[in-house]
Design a protein around this ligand. Sequence first.
Ligand SMILES: [Zn+2]
Length: 265
Amino acid sequence: MPGSWQVPFAPAIIQRASTCHAHTCQPSVSAFRLHPPPGDTMDMAHPSRPHRPQHTSAPPPTGRRTLLRGAAGFALAAGIAGASAGAALARPASRKPSARDVDYPEAEWVPAAGGNYTGGDRPSDYPVEFVVIHVTQETYKNTLDIFQNPDKQVSAHYVTRSADGHVAQLVREKDIAWHAGNWDYNTRSIGIEHEGWIEEPDKWFTDALYSASAALTADICARHGIPVDRRYIIGHNEVPGADHTDPGPGWDWARYMELVQAASR
Ligand SMILES: [Zn+2]
């Protein structure tokens, strides 16, 4: 999710500080023909590197700039990793939600920086076929801050808060958020970030988080005709080419899918 984890020389600490952070989207060769210069992604270039947050990848510009951006993101992530759970409850500044802004009625509209996603007209230009599940490796507030920082080049459509399941929408579903680390999947998916750390599932993956996310996913699937099936509701770690590990082994897929099924009825 957030952060630009394109740090190439990832030291061990990055394993802790990253997961889903953003950088994810790497456009494929064909995508280059359809899009503005999507940037390459260090992830794709170096799949063996430790996972970092990559959800987002924007079409980064040049390798050099990407490195610098990544370094900044790493520093931020490292600092954020120690943030207290209490900080996660802080509400981000945002204007009053508007019915015309959000695709999911329960969501709070907290727009991502315009440069952190690609404007689109889905499903006219690309079909929406997948929901990608992420874990932030950041607090809720810091995740929103990252997506609202145009230097980060990452985003996700939604971010859910651990303590109460509050849902924020940052990118319209018609637009392409940079979260999957795979341009093709970015164009065909909706990304949902979940506040927490994959190393502490019992602490962060609360009942409220699972329930709120499941209701959101059920709504997305219903509106886009996506089957409520694990083939289409996938983890970031299941995106082809992804080197991110979120949502991690502590994410209870069986429970989550039951909740999505129940919310779909
Ligand atoms: Zn992720």
